[in-house]
Write a protein that binds this ligand. Structure first.
Ligand code: HEC
Ligand code: HEC
Length: 503
């Protein structure tokens, strides 16, 4: 029996049995059948955390990591914490195209409205100094291949479910982004945590010329918290509070400060806190696990486009956004508009992506496929935060050729109060698009541009909206991951007291 005949037979059955308004129609059923067939062909299971070791936010080490994630004491000038750019109430990011780290006008104000001091010590060229959008820390436990937009912290094997595995299995930048060295800590998120504290624009700030490289900064910060080598940046009661936090967190009640408060332990505890931020209970997961009423018909149509190949009139998003984490963790050129001050070795405003690491022309403008869980809460989107509307980034993914032609920094950014450098956007983006065209010709890029109707675009957006865990929009649900001023150690640990213009 073909689907159409099967469909009308079912419809007849519904009419005969007098099914009322609540019931699902035959066309729903055939859509479900098609979609379920499709996703089972791609091995989609619903729960990306299956067979993974995920710490609880209640674990002692996770709690220590939370204190470290919120402390301004890990920035040399005491003005920035990890959470300045990765707040749970802002989708694990900061709601900005580019983050503001060191030298913010009001260090406690996160999200929209956060700006640089105009009298800062560093050169801001009229906009943010950090050249890339801050990705969400949510679901950091689900990466197996690499972290950062260019995978510069990466696993040697990418073993499924290992989150990078042991330190000896992980490569990271040494004294420059392209020098590769073995990690000193286990798993990808902990390794990643070694870097923001050494970045001048993010947390290190621009003074302290005596600290001549990243390792010197890391060692200095560990000594700040432990008081080793006579470091007295913190008061005695602050140092005592840290010692107690490390003793409890690492279950070592008798250990002394310099044994416990090391850069390795700092990074591993932060990594555990991030790894505990698992937010995967999405309507889509409920659908995949069998509840056909969990998502709307429109979203199902969108899913079908997402999972269908070009030859079937689909959008073929799944070729890159694959698996239950919606990423192949591989690097592709997608020519997302290049705004901001750029990341490169030549002082331009270009961002060469993966080529900054490998120094290979073939890797120019390649970025890691972004995972799509909770995507409706993690804007602005793209490595440059060039899109402030989810619909527009979807249009870009469908057809970068057209989207880059129509890209308007004024309506996309400035009108929404986001003030970033856009002077070279057309030239920079044209270079990235030209690379995409070359990669297609050479058969390196599987991407094809497709023309979709407005209705189809809405369907894809509706599908993407089902990939969000309701917890990430719920202050109560997120509360365990947030440092609260009523914690007796809040001030002693120099926790960032976050304020928001919107909340
Ligand atoms: C000034 C803002 C800022 C601060 C402060 C900051 N980050 Fe980030 N974070 C970013 C940006 C920007 C990126 C992306 C950089 C890139 O890919 O080149 C990033 C990337 C990450 C990633 C990688 C996510 C992914 O999808 O691969 C993690 C995890 C992360 N940060 C955690 C931290 C931790 C832990 C700290 C504190 C030690 C921290 N961040 C401090 C802005 C910030
Ligand atoms: C050829 C691989 C590829 C295909 C096909 C593809 N994407 Fe992407 N996607 C990427 C890469 C790479 C990025 C990150 C690009 C960047 O920021 O420079 C990305 C980013 C995104 C983002 C932004 C996420 C964020 O957090 O910033 C969304 C949303 C998205 N893709 C949705 C889609 C949809 C929907 C489709 C199908 C219409 C699709 N993508 C097709 C590779 C792909």
């Amino acid at each position: 029996m073909n689907t159409a005949v099967y469909g009308s037979a079912l419809l007849a059955l519904f009419i005969l049995s007098g099914c009322g308004g609540e019931s699902r129609t035959a066309s729903d059923e055939s859509l479900d059948t098609k979609l379920r067939e499709k996703i089972s062909g791609f091995g989609v299971k619903g729960d990306p955390s299956l067979n993974r070791d995920i710490p609880s936010i209640e674990d002692a080490k996770t709690q220590l990591g939370k204190k470290l994630f919120y402390t301004k004491a890990l920035s040399l000038d005491f003005d920035t914490a990890c959470v300045s750019c990765h707040h749970p109430l802002l989708g694990g990011g900061d709601d900005l195209s580019f983050p503001i780290g060191s030298e913010a006008m009001d260090p406690n104000l996160l999200g929209p409205g956060r700006m640089h001091q105009d009298t800062g010590k560093s050169y801001f060229d009229g906009g943010p100094t950090v050249p890339r959008n801050a990705p969400s820390t949510f679901n950091a436990a689900l990466f197996d291949v690499g972290m950062f937009w260019d995978n510069r912290v990466e696993s040697k094997t990418g073993a499924a479910g290992a989150n990078g595995g042991l330190a000896t299995n992980i490569l990271m930048p040494g004294h420059s982004d392209y020098e590769r060295v073995e990690s000193v800590v286990n798993n990808l998120p902990s390794t990643q945590a070694l870097f923001p504290i050494t970045s001048a624009e993010e947390m290190r700030a621009f003074g302290h010329a005596d600290l001549s490289n990243g390792d010197a900064v890391r060692l200095y910060l560990a000594k700040r918290l432990s008081g080793a080598d006579g470091n007295r940046d913190l008061s005695e009661s602050e140092r005592e509070a840290w010692l107690q936090a490390f003793r409890t967190g690492l279950n070592a009640p008798d250990a002394n400060a310099s044994e416990l408060i090391t850069i390795e332990n700092i990074a591993e505890a932060i990594g555990e806190y991030e790894r505990s931020q698992l937010f995967v209970n999405t309507p889509w997961k409920a659908y995949v696990e069998g509840d056909s009423t969990a998502i709307s018909e429109k979203a199902k149509q969108g899913a079908l486009l997402f999972y269908s190949g070009y030859e079937e009139g689909g959008a073929n998003c799944v070729q890159c956004h694959s698996g239950d984490f919606f990423t192949d963790e591989a690097l592709h050129v997608m020519a997302v508009p290049q705004i901001g001050r750029g990341k490169n070795h030549d002082g331009s405003t270009e961002d060469y992506g993966r080529a900054n690491i490998t120094l290979q022309d073939a890797d120019k403008y390649k970025f890691r496929t972004a995972p799509l869980l909770n995507v409706s809460s993690t804007g602005p989107w793209g490595h440059s935060g060039a899109f402030t509307s989810l619909r527009n980034v979807v249009k870009h993914m469908l057809n970068p050729d057209e989207s880059t032609q129509n890209y308007n920094p004024y309506s996309e950014l400035k009108q929404r109060g986001i003030d970033v450098q856009c002077q070279d956007v057309e030239t920079n983006t044209a270079h990235a698009l030209a690379q995409l065209v070359i990669n297609r010709q050479k058969g390196i890029s599987p991407h094809q541009s497709v023309a979709f109707s407005e209705e189809q675009i809405d369907q894809i957006v509706a599908f993407l909206e089902t990939l969000s865990d309701p917890c990430v929009e719920d202050r109560n649900c997120l509360s365990p991951w947030i440092a609260h001023p009523d914690d007796p150690d809040f001030l002693l640990l120099r926790q960032l007291n976050a304020t928001f213009q919107r909340f």
